[in-house]
Ligand binder design. Structure first.
Ligand SMILES: O=C(O)/C=C/c1cccc(O)c1O
Ligand code: FE2
Length: 314
């Protein structure tokens, strides 16, 4: 059965910070194109591959990969809160098949997700529970991270598992490209912040507002000063070329240190794109139908949106 891919950067600052020039309109048009691509494809299942930002996954038990057989969004940064419409049967099938293929994948009966999952679902389908989903978490923030190659292999096995379903499946990769928002790291954290990174579930509204305020202020400071945060458009464009030219295995040579040095701590979110494209690649040669890119410093994001499908899609 056919698979298709949409990948999109996310940024919670999209809702609150005005970027210079026509960036908002350009991103709006690219999302409109992605919406019509998704509508034309008519998916009956959406597999969302996304990271978390210490809202659902914490260092008390941080899996490299996890599939939710049920999932709830925290509603950070004004994104939707509540249950995702998880297709439990499809999620269980994915877990079984990917594990059987030798990729260690955690499973959660109560996965908690944040804007990484919620924002693209809202932008593409209007709500977090508008379409049946299988949520796939790929750790892209909480170091240490596994080798990039493992994510590519996860994607391939995900693709094989999905092909065995008699469904039209859209893979939605969320995150990236180069960017470095002010997220804390366990290594440099004060004892209070470390406690939050280890088990910071259920923050008070005040704690959540303080945390979101820090990131929002970083975006507003960029907007006010016109100074740029750490983005690397050359790196981003090279990654988009690599996807379009179907050179996914080239990423096997990437080290985690190199990604961080070149493109920032959160650039590892491109793992979600890689997994989505690797899944698509097992169907056969794919074609990228559309690729949008804009460095948007005010949103702390090298912002990209792509759409791809296999040539065989009926
Ligand atoms: O504060 C967070 O949890 C994350 C913010 C952020 C900002 C910009 C780009 C991203 O991918 C983010 O997750
Ligand atoms: Fe993110």
């Amino acid at each position: 059965m056919p698979l298709a891919v949409v990948t999109a950067s996310h940024s919670p600052l999209m809702h609150t910070v005005e970027p210079r020039g026509d960036a908002r309109n350009a991103v709006g048009s690219a999302f409109a194109q992605a919406r019509s691509f998704a509508a034309d494809f008519r998916p009956d299942l959406v597999v969302v591959v996304a990271p978390d930002h210490y809202n659902g996954m914490f260092y008390d038990l941080m899996p490299p990969f996890c599939v939710g057989t049920a999932a709830e969004a925290v509603g950070d940064y004004g994104t939707g809160q509540g249950r995702l419409a998880v297709d439990r049967h499809a999620a269980q099938h994915v877990v079984r098949e990917v594990l059987a293929a030798g990729i260690d994948l955690a499973m959660s009966e109560r996965m908690v997700v944040d804007h990484g999952f919620a924002q693209p679902l809202e932008l593409l389908f209007g709500a977090i529970d508008a379409v049946p989903v299988v949520p796939v978490f790929v750790n892209s923030v909480a170091v240490p991270l596994g080798p990039v190659r493992r994510t590519r292999l996860l994607g391939e096995e995900l693709g094989r598992a999905l092909l065995a379903l008699d469904r039209r499946v859209l893979l939605l990769g969320s995150g990236g490209l180069s960017h470095d928002p002010p997220l804390p790291t366990l290594q440099d954290a004060s004892p209070e912040v470390a406690a939050r990174l280890i088990a910071g579930r259920h923050p008070t509204p005040e704690e959540r507002a303080a945390r979101e305020g820090r990131v929002r202020d970083a975006g507003l400071a960029v907007a006010a000063s016109k100074a740029g945060p750490r983005l690397n458009p050359d790196w981003d464009r090279a990654f988009l070329d690599l996807l379009a030219e179907r050179r996914l295995t080239a990423t096997d040579a990437w080290t985690n240190e190199w990604i961080t040095d070149e493109a920032g701590n959160s650039a590892h979110e491109v793992r979600t794109w890689l997994a989505a494209y690797a899944a698509l690649s097992v169907v056969g040669p794919y074609a990228v139908r559309s690729s949008f890119y804009r460095p948007i410093p005010e949103w702390i994001a090298g912002f990209g949106i792509t759409m791809a499908e296999t040539w065989r899609n009926p």
